[in-house]
Ligand binder design. Structure first.
Ligand SMILES: [Zn+2]
Length: 153
């Protein structure tokens, strides 16, 4: 009698949880990044090398790169120091828990457009596993107030 299944040599277990959705497996296979960064939100994460806390997220909704920044706000002078040292700078948007990053200066790339000065927006500097250039804590921005009036339609 021939067995239909060879039960002595079970199929090796996959690394993934079987409940992982197919789109997450496809996303991670194509990009090589974990799906936790999907959506463009910058999340707090310790650096894998120096264990310092960083904010990590994609820097654009499309054709994005992973941005890892120190969670400190830079002054215009500190941003200029980052430019001289060829360290990327980003503008931080949003409120705690919903931060987003957009690039201001990427070494070797010319970014079109003008950026408001660092005195008007929150500028953060890429993490380099060295003492951070910027030292001011991130501003505790409040979420925008809700609209409590009648519906605008
Ligand atoms: Zn580091």
């Amino acid at each position: 009698m021939t067995a239909l299944f060879d039960l002595d040599n079970p199929t090796p277990a996959t690394r993934r949880d079987p409940s992982t959705p197919a789109w997450v497996i496809a996303f991670e296979t194509r990009t090589g990044a974990t799906a936790t960064l999907a959506g463009g939100r910058a999340i707090p994460r310790p650096c894998s090398s120096c264990r310092a806390w960083t904010l990590t997220g994609y820097d654009a909704p499309l054709i994005a790169d992973t941005a890892t920044v120190d969670p400190y706000a830079a002054t215009p002078l500190q941003e200029a120091a980052a430019l001289i040292l060829a360290v990327a700078t980003y503008q931080l948007w949003g409120t705690p828990g919903r931060y987003h990053l957009t690039p201001r200066h990427l070494p070797g790339l010319r970014i079109l457009g003008h950026h408001p000065p660092a005195t008007h927006v929150t500028v953060v500097i890429a993490h380099t596993c060295r003492p951070p250039l910027a030292t001011q804590p991130l501003p505790a921005l409040r979420p925008s107030p809700r609209y409590d009036g009648p519906p605008p339609f």
